[in-house]
Design a protein around this ligand. Structure first.
Ligand code: HEM
Length: 166
């Protein structure tokens, strides 16, 4: 795989940080709206706002984080399958992307359409999933900075060209 220039790598890392931590921020925004809805804030305001947030920010950021995260692994010496912290983040983000696109986004949009007519069961959908995903994103952030657990397999040894050994 082709590696990036130092400037290219910094640009990619900047994009990775802005999108992934932006994703965490959008998630906290959803959680705040969910808690406000349960605590009696006007559902005609809170749930349509959550539907807009999920449609135009949270769901698109999920795709961007996955794509830019994978590029950050494949285009740098970290690789996608070399270090445990990268692989665990990749798995977490992939599961989250599926849940966000297939479950959370349709449910929150439904909640936005119902607004004041939403029952307590549906309202919980804007509290529990964002609380779980915020926790997962905090785990991903800690993994990124501490980079625990080492390599999955030892580095490949460069083969020595014939006649140069010894
Ligand atoms: C597909 C999922 C992801 C993959 C494959 C991935 C991979 C990577 C890689 C390889 C780096 C190092 C980049 C470099 O040194 O140039 C990195 C850095 C980082 N990632 Fe991710 N990432 C993913 C998702 C996330 C998520 C969801 C978060 C947090 C919400 C996150 C937060 C960070 C942070 C804070 C750094 C900077 C660490 C440092 O420079 O010491 N990443 N990521």
């Amino acid at each position: 795989m082709r590696r990036l220039s130092p400037a290219g790598r910094k640009a990619l890392l900047t994009a990775h940080l802005v999108t992934s931590l932006g994703w965490l921020g959008a998630d906290l925004g959803l959680l705040a709206l969910g808690v406000a809805g349960l605590r009696g804030a006007d559902p005609e305001v809170v749930y349509p706002a959550a539907a807009l947030l999920v449609t135009w920010l949270f769901a698109p950021l999920s795709v961007a984080v996955w794509l830019i995260g994978v590029a950050s692994a494949l285009l740098t010496p970290w690789g996608l399958l070399r270090w445990r912290w990268v692989l665990v983040k990749f798995a977490l983000t992939t599961v989250m992307l599926g849940l966000v696109l297939l479950l959370l986004t349709p449910r929150v949009r439904h909640l936005g359409a119902l607004a004041g007519a939403a029952d307590a069961h549906l309202r919980i959908d804007l509290v529990v999933p964002p609380a779980v995903s915020t926790t997962l994103l905090l785990v991903a952030t800690v993994l990124s900075t501490w980079k625990p657990w080492g390599r999955l397999r030892p580095p490949a040894r460069r083969s020595v060209p014939a006649g140069r050994a010894g």
